[in-house]
Design a protein around this ligand. Structure first.
Ligand code: ADE
Length: 249
């Protein structure tokens, strides 16, 4: 069976899954360690892409070309942009867009030149399953031991949102920049640095993909401090709980 690929940008986002891998083996390519094995009986490849759009694109191309991935899920953290998108919520993308793509006036702002597209659609079935798994896990936060990790952050009733996720090679860490993004893209729910690059590569190859992000900060003046604490203490817990729940379905 072709493997499912699960990708994160940073170690903190993926490390709780690595010890759970059955029959593990490794292959190193392009300075990345690809962890091959099974999770919940499902063949998988787990890999850290590194941060940013180029790192994500390199990783996606390798997963498709060298590992014959049947689908790719990018999981990790993001800054919240949408009005009700709070720290501790989960955003599962319906579309991904590169917010720093701008070849205007030759092409419309955000459009990937010569593709005629700015928004790339995720795989609906895969994303639907991930969203359902995230909802189940957040409803059962006590039982799944997630609650203890959330309380120190004042996260009481985390929610799952579905919508536009935007990506760019910037950590958005001022309220002014985040406001400008929302003004330009009013339906954007979250900002991160990889998802839309994965989307473009997957569109080229015809590979199904999904992006699932836990909100670590509000992409504002406090983003840096919030991000650092959250990624150290919570990010991997979400990934482990939700991804395992999804694979077990
Ligand atoms: N990932 C997590 N928080 C982010 C932010 N504020 N900007 C970009 N990527 C992020």
């Amino acid at each position: 069976m072709r493997p499912l690929a699960i990708v994160s940008a940073m170690h903190e986002e993926l490390h709780a899954l690595l010890p759970l891998l059955d029959a593990p083996s490794q292959r190193t390519l392009a300075a990345r360690r690809f962890h091959i094995g099974t999770l919940a009986g499902q063949p998988v490849v787990l890999v850290l892409s590194g941060i940013g759009k180029v790192a994500a694109a390199t990783t996606a191309a390798l997963l498709i070309h060298e590992f014959d991935a049947q689908a790719i899920v990018f999981t990790g953290v993001a800054g919240g942009l949408g009005p009700g998108v709070k720290v501790g919520d989960v955003v599962v993308a319906t579309q991904a867009l590169q917010h720093d793509m701008d070849a205007s006036p030759i092409f419309p702002r955000f459009e990937v030149p010569l593709t005629g597209r700015s928004r790339f659609d995720v795989d609906e079935v895969l994303s639907g399953h991930l969203a359902t798994s995230a909802e189940d896990c957040l409803h059962r936060a006590d039982e799944l031991m997630v609650r203890a990790h959330l309380e120190p952050f004042g996260i009481a009733a985390p929610r799952v949102h579905r919508g536009l996720v935007v990506s760019g090679d910037r950590f958005v860490s001022t309220a002014a920049e985040s406001r400008a993004l929302v003004q330009a893209l009013p339906d954007a729910l979250a900002v991160e640095m990889e998802g839309a690059a994965l989307a473009q590569v997957c569109a080229d190859f015809g590979c199904p993909f999904a992006v699932m992000r836990t909100i670590s900060d509000r992409a504002d003046d406090d983003a840096h401090a919030d991000f650092s604490r959250f990624i150290a203490e919570v990010a991997s817990v979400y990934t482990r709980v939700v991804v395992l729940h999804w694979l077990q379905q």
